[in-house]
Design a binder for this molecule. Structure first.
Ligand SMILES: [Zn+2]
Length: 234
């Protein structure tokens, strides 16, 4: 799992590693990514994502993607989504999320704040400025949680907080753990509180965990496994 963005965002939503999704790096070939058939789906489609299987299995679902990183758009198929919007700043991402939640809570909402990555590149990872950006992301998550509470949907919402990669110096893309290690935090109904996950969690387990939470059957071509240790025993 090399530590640049595209392949990790893809694996996160597609439940499979880069060699399966055909999205191995930022400069991937769109022709190659759509050139194979995946999981018996028609040629020309990307490897099926959590958005694809939610649209297939629960067709009336409201699926909203708000992405601060412009190029995230290449990794999703708009026909799977109800709304996709490229938000220009971290603040406008949070404001758009509040608007969406207030108008009617989606079944699945993806939010991306890109300013932490920007701080890593401009100021450097593991610096005061970097952690200021992390603190801002934390406060924006707080703003979104307040909107969920105001809309009275917080108690029914599972939240996963994660990232595509870490970094060192002013970059990322290499194999070091500082670049590859990511946070993975889950909270909500049915989820254990204040417990550290001791098993390894891979980026592609995120899609599998969302499928598990939403009662979806995951495609045979996915390699991800739901992080069951995070959930209370039924
Ligand atoms: Zn970056």
């Amino acid at each position: 799992m090399p530590s640049s963005s595209s392949q990790n965002w893809a694996s996160m939503i597609m439940g499979a590693p880069p060699k399966d999704t055909n999205i191995p790096r930022n400069g991937f070939s769109m022709k190659k990514a759509t050139g194979s058939t995946y999981c018996d789906r028609p040629k020309g489609r990307l490897f099926p994502s959590i958005y694809t299987i939610l649209r297939e299995q629960k067709p009336t679902s409201k699926i909203v993607v708000l992405h601060h990183w412009d190029d995230y758009a290449r990794l999703v198929e708009d026909k799977d989504l109800t709304i996709r919007k490229h938000t220009k700043t971290e603040d406008s991402t949070a404001i758009a999320a509040i608007d969406v939640i207030t108008k009617g809570m989606p079944d699945l909402l993806f939010l991306h704040f890109d300013h932490v990555d920007h701080a890593g590149h401009s100021i450097g990872h593991n610096t005061d400025g970097y952690y200021k950006a992390v603190a801002k992301a934390d406060s924006l998550v707080g703003v979104v949680i307040a909107a969920l509470k105001a809309a009275k949907v917080y108690d029914d919402t599972v939240i996963i907080l994660t990232a595509d990669h870490g970094g060192k110096g002013k970059g990322h893309g290499g194999p070091s753990m500082a670049e590859r290690n990511i946070p993975w935090i889950i909270s909500g109904p049915g989820v254990n509180k204040n417990v550290a996950l001791i098993n390894e969690v891979n980026t592609y387990d995120t899609a599998a965990t969302i499928a598990y939470v939403m009662g979806l059957t995951q495609p045979a071509c996915w390699k991800g496994k739901p992080v069951l240790s995070a959930f209370k025993k039924k």
